[in-house]
Design a binder for this molecule. Structure first.
Ligand code: PMP
Length: 382
C-alpha cells in the first residue's frame, strides 16, 4: 500500500508534520538544556490540557496500559475495594489489573453501547468501603462516552478516589480534572494529544500523591512508583538535571510541540472543534444508513465512531476502505467484534479528512455490494 494513505483509526492518528520533525531531530542528551526546557514546558502544558493546575504530571516511556498500571500500582494495596464503572473492553482491562494488584473489584455494568448511570453507581457506592472508582471516559471498543463529571461527583460524595482512563478522550472531549474532583487521569501520546505512540501520561491530584505516600508497603514495581518519578519531574520542571530512567528524548521533544498546538488552539476551542466534526460525521453515517453502536448521542464519543456493518456487509469493508486509501479499524469488543467497525476522528483531524473518509466508505460499501448513492454521506457532512 502507498505510504500516502490516511490513518483514521482511533489511535495512532495522523500527526502534524511539525511534531514528526521534532521526533526526527538529532537525539540530545537527556541533560541537554534544550531538552530540559522542553520536558519542563511539556509538564506545565499538561496541567493546561487537563485543566489541572494543582496536579502533578508524570510522563514516562510506555503506552496507555502502562499509565493505567501506574495509577493502579500507586493507589491500590491488597484488600482495597475498587469499583469499575464498566463501559467495555478497556474497563475490563483496568478491572483485571486491579485484581492482579490485589483489589477486591466490583463492576457496575451496562449493556454494550451504554454506561452505568450516576444513580446506579451511587447505589453501589452506598454499600460502603470503596477506596477508588475507575471510569473509562471514552471506551475505544464501543465509542461510548461516560458522564465523568456526574460520576465523579457521586464518588466524591462517598469519599472515593476517582481514576479516569482518558486515553481516548484527553484533548478531544471536555475533561476538567481539578473542577470535577478527579484524583488520577491518564492518557497516552498517540491519540488526541497528537504525538506518536510511546508515552504514558498521568496526572495525579495532591490527594492521589498523598494516598500513594501513605502506603503501608512500597509500590512493588519500581518503574511505576510515583515516589521515584516525582523528584525527576520536579527537577525537569525547574530545568535542573536529574536521572532515574532514561527518558525517551525525541518523543518528549515531539510531545512538547504537539502540546504547544493544543495550548495555542485553546482547550475550549479544541473540544468544540471535535464536537462539530463529530456532529457532521454522525450526520454522514445516518445518511448512509450506518447504525452507531452507542445507544444514543448523549453517550456518543466525539473522538471516534463505532458503526455496525449494514446487512450483508462484513469486515471485508475495512479492507475495501483501505483499497480507497483510508485506514480504519475493525471491531474490538469481544461480544460484537465481527459486527462493527471504527473510525477515529481526533487530534489534527480536519474536515477534508472526513470528506475523504466518508467518500472512501461510500465507495467501499458499493464495492461490498451494498448500494449507497454516490455523494450522499459527503453531502450530509455539511
Ligand atoms: N484505555 C483506552 C480507553 C484505550 O483506548 C487504550 C488504547 N486503545 C488503552 C487504554 C490502552 O492504551 P495503549 O494501547 O496505548 O496501551
Amino acid at each position: 500500500m502507498s505510504e500516502r494513505n490516511l490513518l483514521m483509526i482511533p489511535g495512532p492518528i495522523e500527526f502534524e508534520p511539525s511534531v514528526l520533525r521534532a521526533l526526527g531531530e538529532k537525539t540530545r542528551s537527556h541533560l541537554d538544556p534544550v531538552f530540559m526546557k522542553a520536558y519542563g514546558r511539556a509538564i506545565k502544558r499538561l496541567r493546561e490540557v487537563f485543566l489541572a493546575p494543582t496536579a502533578q504530571p508524570f510522563v514516562v516511556a510506555g503506552s496507555g496500559t502502562l499509565a493505567m498500571e501506574m495509577a493502579v500500582a500507586n493507589l491500590v494495596q491488597p484488600g482495597d475495594k475498587a469499583l469499575v464503572v464498566n463501559s467495555g473492553y478497556f474497563s475490563d482491562r483496568i478491572g483485571t489489573m486491579l485484581e492482579r494488584h490485589g483489589a477486591a473489584v466490583t463492576h457496575a455494568r451496562a449493556d454494550v453501547g451504554s454506561v452505568p448511570s450516576a444513580a446506579e453507581v451511587d447505589t453501589v457506592l452506598a454499600t460502603g468501603g470503596f477506596k477508588l472508582m475507575t471510569i473509562t471516559h471514552v471506551d475505544t471498543s464501543t465509542a461510548v462516552l461516560a458522564p465523568v463529571k456526574e460520576l465523579a461527583a457521586v464518588a466524591k460524595k462517598h469519599g472515593v478516589l476517582v481514576v479516569v482512563d482518558g486515553v481516548c478522550s484527553v484533548g478531544g472531549e471536555a475533561l476538567e480534572m481539578d473542577a470535577w474532583g478527579i484524583d488520577v487521569a491518564f492518557t497516552a501520546s498517540q491519540k488526541a494529544l497528537g504525538c506518536p505512540p510511546g508515552l504514558a501520561i498521568l496526572l495525579a491530584s495532591p490527594k492521589a500523591l498523598a494516598t500513594s505516600k501513605a502506603r503501608t508497603r512500597p509500590v512493588a514495581a519500581m518503574y511505576l512508583d510515583f515516589a521515584e518519578w516525582l523528584p525527576i519531574h520536579e527537577a525537569y520542571e525547574a530545568e535542573r538535571p536529574s536521572y532515574f530512567a532514561t527518558p525517551p528524548v525525541n518523543l518528549i521533544m515531539a510531545l512538547d510541540v504537539s502540546l504547544g498546538h493544543l495550548v495555542d488552539e485553546g482547550m475550549g476551542a479544541r473540544i468544540e472543534r471535535h464536537a462539530k466534526l463529530a456532529n457532521s460525521v454522525r450526520a454522514a453515517w445516518q445518511a448512509l444508513g450506518l447504525r452507531p453502536l452507542p445507544m444514543d448521542t448523549a453517550v456518543s464519543a466525539n473522538t471516534l465512531s463505532a458503526l455496525y456493518y449494514p446487512p450483508g456487509v462484513d469486515a471485508a469493508l475495512v479492507k475495501a476502505v483501505a483499497a480507497e486509501g483510508v485506514v480504519i479499524a475493525g471491531g474490538l469488543h469481544p461480544a460484537l467484534k465481527p459486527k462493527y467497525f471504527r473510525v477515529g476522528h481526533m487530534g489534527a483531524v480536519s474536515r477534508a479528512d472526513l470528506v475523504t473518509t466518508v467518500s472512501a466508505i461510500e465507495r467501499a460499501l458499493r464495492a461490498c455490494g451494498h448500494p449507497v448513492e454516490a455523494g450522499r454521506g459527503v453531502a450530509a457532512l455539511g
